[in-house]
Each structure stands twice: as structure tokens, then as C-alpha cells.
Design a protein around this ligand. Structure first.
Ligand SMILES: NC(=O)c1ccc[n+]([C@@H]2O[C@H](COP(=O)([O-])OP(=O)(O)OC[C@H]3O[C@@H](n4cnc5c(N)ncnc54)[C@H](O)[C@@H]3O)[C@@H](O)[C@H]2O)c1
Length: 269
């Protein structure tokens, strides 16, 4: 399939590593300009490495998405990185690093940081880039959510709630941008080996009695064989390929949707 996005540009917030980085690699393979933005300073090195094999322009910017002034500054400086930005991906995310079952094992004070990064960071980006997206004529926004948004996951309640909120906001974004030919969608990954996924296991493991502790591999293996019909991990590149498809003209009539890339953990009619 010719995705025809080689003359496009994409900003990926949370692009230094993990799923965001895999999304960036897939856009770069298609020849798009890619701007990686991340709170992790290694983002600049990640961009330089990607640039070695890319045909489009690749740049890396240190950005804390929870800092609205900084996000607005990036929006006004975007010409320094690409003059063809028409896609934005919000892939930044954090967990609470606490095991939240039952919910009263956590404190209300554990919530704001998780909401700030997973929800407000995305809101900041949508607001800061709204004027640009209205001008660009054709484009898309993509929010990386989670299947936790759809099941009231007991593992990390603030994370689950933040992801549900971002799916809801994505639908508003899709409606408000529709008349500008700008689409908005969400991808909900299932289980992918990343720093964040491992931190969920670490928080769980820490709370177990010594005899019940498990390795990351055993914990994940049991979980996947219990809840995932396809019985396997999802790969970061699975999300990357879906992200590129959703940005492309092949998905020109797909907006306001949440696509689960989860091996069938959650099935909707
Ligand atoms: N790994 C999974 O199994 C899984 C499952 C469902 C959803 N997700 C979602 O996928 C997305 C990517 O997560 P991941 O698993 O790749 O984790 P990750 O930790 O590897 O990547 C997250 C990235 O976000 C960046 N980030 C964190 N706070 C930021 C901030 N304030 N500003 C800018 N960047 C910031 C981090 O530095 C990191 O590079 C997240 O939204 C996560 O919730 C992951």
C-alpha cells in the first residue's frame, strides 16, 4: 500500500524511547520529516541516530509537555525543525509507580502527576498547535491511550482514569477539527515491553509477599496467556505501523476512533 506521506511532517511528543520512538521510526522510513520532543535529554541523540538513515529532516527537542509555555514556544519555533508539519502524536506517558489495588492503597496526592503528564500534556499540545493545525489544510492528531482506559484497570487507577479522559478529549478534538480536514484518533496498546510497562510490574512485585514475587517475564507471561487471545506481546513497531496508517490518506475517513492494538484483549462490536 502506498501511504503517500513522504511529503508530510510529524511531531512526536514522547519520542525519545519506547512506543513514541517506534512511531517515529515508521514515519522516518516513509520519508516524513520527524520532530522528536521528550523530557528525556537523550532525545537529541535519538534524533541524530535516526537522521543517519532517514531521507526526511529529523530533529530532537527537549520538552516537558506539562509546561504549557514551553509547548507554545515549540509551536512558534516549529519552522526551525520542519516547514511541513501536519501530524502530531502524543505518546508521552507515565504510571504512578505504585500498585493501586485496591484504590485506597494509594493517596489522592498520587494522582496529579499522572494526570498532568498523561492528560494535561496532551491538552497543552492540542491547544498550542491548534492554530497551526487549522491552517495546514490536511492533517491528524494521534493520542496514545491504553486499553486501561476501557476497563477501569485496578492496577493504576489514576493512569486508567487519565487514559479514559484522553480518549474522551480526542473525540472532542476530532469533532472540532473535522471541518478543517484534520482528523484525530487514539491507539490503545495492550502489553508492550517498555520502561513504563516494566514499572507496572515493579510496583506490583514490590507489594507481594516474598513467596509470591515473580520475574518480569513470568508476571507478563502469565498475564498475556490469561487475558490476550493472541497470546503474545505487542511490539512497539505494531503501534508505529498503525500510527502511520492513521496519518495517511488511506485512513482519510477515520476520525474520532480508538484502535486497540492489543492482541484481542478488548473486543468491541
Ligand atoms: N508499554 C505498554 O505496554 C503500554 C500499554 C498501553 C499504553 N501505553 C502508552 O504508550 C505511551 C508510550 O509509553 P511507553 O510504554 O513507550 O513508555 P516509555 O516510558 O518507554 O516512553 C514514554 C516516553 O514519554 C516521555 N515523557 C514522560 N513524561 C514526559 C513529559 N512530561 N514530557 C515529554 N515527554 C515525557 C518519556 O521520557 C519517554 O520517552 C504512553 O502513553 C503509555 O501510557 C504503553
Amino acid at each position: 500500500m502506498d501511504l503517500d506521506i513522504n511529503d508530510n511532517g510529524v511531531l512526536i511528543v514522547g519520542g525519545a524511547k519506547g512506543i513514541g520512538h517506534a512511531i517515529a521510526l515508521e514515519f522516518a522510513k516513509e520519508g516524513a520529516d520527524v520532530v522528536l520532543a521528550d523530557i528525556d535529554p537523550q532525545v537529541t541523540e535519538a534524533a541524530s541516530t535516526m537522521a543517519e538513515t532517514a531521507t526526511g529532516r529529523i530533529s530532537g527537542v527537549v520538552l516537558d509537555a506539562t509546561d504549557y509555555e514551553a509547548v507554545k514556544q515549540l509551536a512558534s519555533n516549529m519552522q526551525e525543525h520542519t516547514d511541513r508539519l501536519n501530524h502530531i502524536v502524543y505518546a508521552a506517558g507515565v504510571g504512578s509507580n505504585k500498585f493501586g489495588f485496591p484504590f485506597w492503597e494509594m493517596e489522592p496526592a498520587d494522582w496529579p502527576f499522572v494526570l498532568e503528564v498523561n492528560l494535561m500534556g496532551a491538552v497543552n499540545v492540542a491547544h498550542a498547535f491548534a492554530p497551526h493545525m487549522q491552517q495546514c489544510g490536511e492533517g491528524s492528531l494521534l493520542f496514545i491511550a491504553s486499553i486501561a482506559a476501557q476497563m477501569g484497570s485496578q492496577t493504576d487507577p489514576p493512569y486508567s482514569a487519565a487514559k479514559a479522559a484522553i480518549v474522551n478529549f480526542m473525540q472532542v478534538v476530532a469533532k472540532d477539527f473535522a471541518s478543517y480536514n484534520v482528523r484525530a484518533n487514539a491507539i490503545s496498546p495492550g502489553m508492550i515491553q517498555t520502561t513504563l510497562n516494566k514499572s507496572v510490574w515493579a510496583a506490583w512485585n514490590e507489594r507481594q509477599d516474598e513467596a509470591d514475587k515473580k520475574s518480569y517475564e513470568d508476571w507478563a507471561g502469565e498475564k498475556i496467556s490469561t487475558i490476550c487471545p493472541l497470546g503474545r506481546w505487542q511490539e512497539p513497531s505494531d503501534i508505529g505501523k498503525m500510527a502511520v496508517f492513521l496519518a495517511s490518506k488511506a485512513a482519510k475517513n477515520v476520525t474520532g476512533q480508538t484502535i486497540n492494538v492489543d492482541g484481542g484483549i478488548i473486543m468491541h462490536s
